[in-house]
Design a protein around this ligand. Structure first.
Ligand SMILES: C[S@@+](CC[C@H](N)C(=O)[O-])C[C@H]1O[C@@H](n2cnc3c(N)ncnc32)[C@H](O)[C@@H]1O
Length: 207
């Protein structure tokens, strides 16, 4: 891993741990709410294994997960790109700084605004039909099924959709159970719930 990426990931992990252990006082809107380090490592490994190229992320925050994805794309040494969505301008400013420090800014396009509006725009662009081979869903949980359905036609056959927070925190359990049932009702998908981190749904589009 390039040193610039390693250093930024390490800094963000320290900040995230301080926030999770309530050792710093951060306003709820400014909290990172980042994936765990193990989740980052797992997703990075998967992306390297199947040579992911075109990534879509819903819920960027300050860019911790995005940097793990960028590291895999750089390692895959092709022309891969990440589109990531975030609505909070303060987090976007912090993410931009992090991407520049990690030297991954050139392969990341930030779309600022509401996820559903941006996903609707992307889905109307025929260039994105079956385009993304890795999608990560990590925004507001009440809309997770709507996001999933909007995204699915933009995922390539053999592409993966990963959804965070399937197991923790408890307050999302009902929404995530509905998503899990929704995915399992679709014969074109194969899916497992991994207990890593906050629980990751790993869904393969087989048809
Ligand atoms: C759990 S955090 C993402 C953490 C990030 N994936 C990481 O691991 O570093 C969720 C983010 O989604 C953003 N978000 C929530 N609802 C959104 C919406 N409807 N449109 C765009 N962004 C949204 C929040 O502002 C927040 O920064």
């Amino acid at each position: 891993m390039e040193n610039s990426i390693f250093k930024v990931l390490e800094e963000l992990e320290s900040q995230s741990n301080l926030e999770k252990n309530r050792r710093v006082d951060v306003a709820p809107n400014d909290r990172m709410l980042a994936i765990t380090k193990e989740t980052g490592e797992l997703l990075n490994l998967m992306m390297r294994l199947y040579n992911a190229q075109n990534v879509l992320e819903i819920g960027m925050s300050t860019g911790y997960s995005t940097i793990w994805f960028a590291e895999a794309l750089k390692e895959n040494k092709k022309t891969g790109k990440i589109i990531t969505i975030e609505q909070n301008p303060n987090k976007i400013r912090r993410a931009k700084e992090n991407f520049e420090k990690a030297k991954v800014n050139e392969i990341i396009e930030i779309k600022e605004g509401l996820a559903m509006e941006i996903l609707t725009e992307l889905s109307l662009d025929t260039n994105y039909k079956e385009f993304f081979d890795f999608v990560f869903i990590d925004a507001d949980k009440e809309k997770v099924i709507e996001y999933f359905d909007k995204i699915l036609p933009m995922v390539s056959k053999g592409g993966l959709v990963v959804t965070d927070n399937m197991i923790y925190p408890e307050k999302y359990k009902e929404d995530m159970k509905k998503l899990s049932n929704h995915i399992r009702d679709n014969p074109n998908l194969k899916s497992i719930t991994s207990p890593i981190g906050n629980g990751e749904e790993i869904t393969l589009k087989i048809k």
